[in-house]
Every structure is written in C-alpha cells, then in structure tokens.
Design a protein around this ligand. Structure first.
Ligand SMILES: Cc1cn([C@H]2C[C@H](O)[C@@H](COP(=O)(O)OP(=O)(O)OP(=O)(O)O)O2)c(=O)[nH]c1=O
Length: 199
C-alpha cells in the first residue's frame, strides 16, 4: 500500500485575529491558516488616516512573514474629512459615545489597507493597496446612541460601530465596498489572490 503524503497547509496566511476577516475570506471559499500577530498600532501625530493604516497593515504582515507563503494583513480605520486624527477602537463607553456623536448626521470614510507579502520566491514581493468607502450616518439623539451602545457592539471596532450588526440601522447610505467597512475589501483581495494563483 502506498503511503499518502500528509496534506500540505494552505499557502495563504491571514495575519489577523479578527473573526470578521477570517469569515469574509472563508465566505469567498479561500483556504488559509490564521496567524494573529501582536502589532504596535499607535497612531503617529499628524499622520493621515490612509498613511496610518498602510503602515500598520504592512507592519502586521511583516510580523507573520515565513518562507514559501503568501501573508495577508489588513488594518481598518474610520476618519472624518476635515479632522486629522482617525477614530480608532474606543476604550470606554464614553469614548464610543463621543465618536458616534461625531459620526451622526454626516458622512465619514472607512479605509482598509491590505498588505500582501509573497515569500515564495527568492525575495519578498509586496502587494499593498487600500480601499476607502464613504458611509453616511443618520442624525442620532443621545438616547439613540445610548441604545446602540447597550448592544456592546462598539467594542473592538474602529469608529465604535460595526456596520454588519445593529449599526446597519444607523447607516443611511454607503458609497463603495461594504466588505471593506467590515474589515476586508473582498473583491479586491480575491482579485489579487487570483493573480497570485492563491486560494
Ligand atoms: C467600521 C467597522 C470596523 N470593524 C472592525 C474591522 C476590524 O476588525 C476592526 C478594526 O481594527 P483592526 O486593527 O483593523 O483589526 P483587528 O484588531 O480587529 O484585527 P487584526 O489586527 O488582528 O487583524 O474594526 C467592523 O467589524 N465593522 C465596521 O463597520
């Protein structure tokens, strides 16, 4: 009897602890292993939101580099047009309330930067890109914000909301990729992975 070789692990490594990113990739039928990294995500003063997420996404991928793999990392942030500091994950209910107050009744941008590093050749080849989606929130009273905060869904999400949950009822309109707001611009990611022959 011939012995079967053990199955080889997927070439794609998702350098993320985010259940949402894993779920999105899975929903597209892509095989991957998940390797969370512990990355310093501190924002640098005056750093523009797109530059910030691009830097952090690359740093996350860098921490997960390994030979013979394609490593994918991403970073998502929420930002308001005329304000430099991005809205990160809120650390308290009060901070989340302040963020939602700033987002209410106007539009903002959600940018996800993706860093893909291909280590299958002699040198690491980087494929970075970023996608921005415009999101409009309806006007919100303090009581409506309070009810949203009660869901606890503001926790661990940039801008203190998750469009995939109860915050769908706060969003009037979006322009651009929906999955990008959830944490991974799926069409763009799948397109690039197809080009790289992965997935
Ligand atoms: C705006 C928004 C953000 N988010 C999430 C996406 C990201 O997971 C998170 C932003 O934090 P990130 O630092 O981008 O990612 P993460 O810490 O969750 O995971 P990892 O660094 O391990 O990859 O906010 C939503 O789930 N829904 C939304 O509507």
């Amino acid at each position: 009897m011939t012995e079967l070789a053990p199955p080889s692990p997927p070439i794609l490594v998702l350098a993320s602890a985010s259940p949402r990113r894993a779920e999105l990739l899975r929903s597209a039928g892509i095989a991957f292993t998940q390797a969370p990294v512990d990355c310093d995500e501190a924002w640098l003063p005056d750093e523009r939101a797109p530059a910030y997420v691009e830097r952090v996404a690359r740093a996350k991928a860098d921490l997960a580099l390994r030979p013979g793999a394609v490593v994918l990392a991403a970073d998502t942030t929420v930002w308001i047009e005329d304000q430099v500091a991005p809205l990160m994950k809120a650390e308290s209910r009060e901070e989340a309330a302040t963020m939602l107050k700033r987002l209410a009744g106007r539009s903002h941008f959600t940018t996800t930067a993706v860093a893909i590093a291909d280590t299958r050749g002699a040198e690491v080849r980087w494929h970075p890109f970023a996608v921005t989606t415009r999101v409009w929130f309806r006007p919100l009273t303090a009581a409506q914000i309070g009810r949203y905060l009660d869901t606890q869904e503001w926790r661990d999400k940039a801008g203190a909301y998750g469009i995939q949950g109860a915050a769908a009822g706060l969003v009037r309109q979006i322009e651009g990729s929906y999955t990008n707001v959830v944490g991974l611009p799926l069409a763009e990611v799948v397109e690039l992975l197809e080009k790289l022959g992965v997935g």
